[in-house]
Write a protein that binds this ligand. Structure first.
Ligand code: NAP
Length: 407
């Protein structure tokens, strides 16, 4: 694990400072991970060369997690892997097997917690020609900022009949006079002001930087007042601190008859169940979404399905100091080493990584070449089986076709 590349650093605004030859660690992943990683690496390198010639180049640095790591030294997530990501700040990974069995935590959850990657960022945009179950998938162009560390995903759960579950049940009876059935499992749902503010700030900053029209807080605050309702309240409190750059939806109707003044981002909120209808019925009205962990998990997959499924959905886990870009699907083990599956999700995650690094020209070339290749109906099996007149290619051949479509 040596590299000729230089370290990316993070400035005091939290932005990455990227040298011309940054070292970027990668975890190739399990199952189909090596196939899609090889294809992704070819496509990213070609896009960087097409954009900058010999002036910039990523020095890839392999780090280990998952089955490959376990087979080497019995560790699913070695400390050295975490240390390398901490040193180099930006990394990319293929999917990892979640070991089933007691006492082994999910590697993905481990990475998020250890690196405090507090936002899961999932852009969802329709790519022309991809089969979709909805009538107007072209109206979908949203980016989900999902809180990644709190909520019912914090891992604070106790089995029914356990000592801790019994203690909670007794505490609630004694302090609140409320009965919980004695054979209940107990889970906690922590949602903090701190966790909410930093997540919503990332979403608002994104909207301002990218000229988006709105940010929507998605919550179930009508039922869970002090967790999801507080998420909404703290989100609006933070928005108020931005002064006149933002305007709430209430003010928009009270003072501007529903028409946002030029250059202002509208902050609104929707109850989660209603929002699931809105993304289907009125997707064009939503651009940037911020939400707690569980809502975000459900909604980002529902949105991905609307534009053609997880095979093409990119994702990133971003914190104050580190960013980890990843395919959003799993390892699809039945296709391992067949050079068959769609590398689109990891390639688009690579484009997000280039955006994050400020290498926007390379990111554009990467995305455009993918769009052009799909428009030529040169696609992997998953899309070929749904498209008429498609040419089915292998995973590696898809990357090669993308490279041919780069300038
Ligand atoms: P999966 O690996 O996502 O695969 C489910 C199905 O989705 C595949 O059989 C395939 O459908 C389709 N698919 C997935 N990736 C594809 C790709 N790149 N191109 C085309 N089609 C693709 O889900 P799973 O079988 O439930 O999970 C397998 C393992 O992955 C588990 O160990 C799980 O814990 C892990 N996992 C890891 C992550 C992660 O690392 N981020 C995320 C989710 C799951 P068809 O059979 O219809 O072709």
């Amino acid at each position: 694990m040596t590299t000729n590349g230089e370290q990316i650093t993070i400035d005091d605004q939290g932005k990455p400072v990227v040298p011309a030859n940054p070292a970027v660690p990668f975890i190739e992943g399990d199952g189909t991970g090596p196939d899609i990683w090889r294809a992704t690496r070819i496509a990213i390198d070609a896009a960087v060369t097409a954009a900058y010639g010999a002036e910039r180049r990523i020095a890839w640095l392999e780090i280990y997690a998952g089955e490959k790591s376990f087979n080497m030294d019995g560790q699913w997530l070695p400390d050295e892997t975490l240390e390398k990501i901490k040193t180099y700040k930006v990394a990319i990974k293929g999917p990892l097997t979640t070991p089933v069995g007691k006492g082994i935590r999910s590697i993905n959850v481990g990475l998020r917690q250890e690196l405090d990657l507090y936002a899961c960022v999932r852009p969802v945009k329709y790519i022309s020609g991809i089969p979709s179950p909805v009538v107007r998938p072209m109206d979908v162009d949203m980016i989900v900022f999902r809180e990644n560390t709190e909520d019912v995903y914090a891992g604070l759960e106790w089995e029914a009949e356990s000592d801790t579950a019994k203690k909670f049940i007794a505490l609630v009876a004694a302090e609140e006079g409320r009965d919980i059935r004695p054979d209940s499992g107990i889970g906690l749902k922590p949602i903090s002001r701190t966790g909410t503010r930093r997540l919503v700030k990332m979403a608002i900053d994104y909207a301002l930087e990218h000229g988006k029209e709105s940010v929507t807080l998605v919550h179930k605050g009508n039922i869970m007042k002090f967790t999801e309702g507080a998420f909404r309240k703290w989100g609006y409190e933070l928005a108020a601190e931005y002064g006149d750059k933002l305007i709430t939806e209430d003010r928009l109707w009270e003072e501007f008859d529903g028409q946002a003044p030029e250059g202002k981002v509208v902050v609104k909120d929707r109850i989660a169940d209603a929002m699931f209808q809105q993304i289907l019925l009125r997707p064009a009205e939503y651009e940037v979404l911020a939400m707690p962990n569980l809502n975000g998990d459900y909604m980002s997959d529902a949105l991905a399905a609307m534009v053609g499924g997880l095979g093409m959905a990119p994702g990133a886990n971003i914190g104050a100091g580190y960013a980890l870009f990843e395919a959003t699907h799993g390892t699809a083990p039945k296709y391992a080493d067949l050079d068959k599956v769609n590398p689109g999700s990891l390639i688009l995650s690579g484009a997000m990584m280039l955006d994050y690094m400020g290498w926007l020209e390379a990111a554009d070339i990467l995305r455009n070449s993918l769009v052009v290749t799909i428009s030529q109906k040169t696609v992997t099996y998953d899309l070929a089986r749904q498209m008429e007149g498609a040419t089915e290619v292998k995973c590696s051949e898809f990357a090669q076709a993308m490279v041919k479509n780069m300038p």
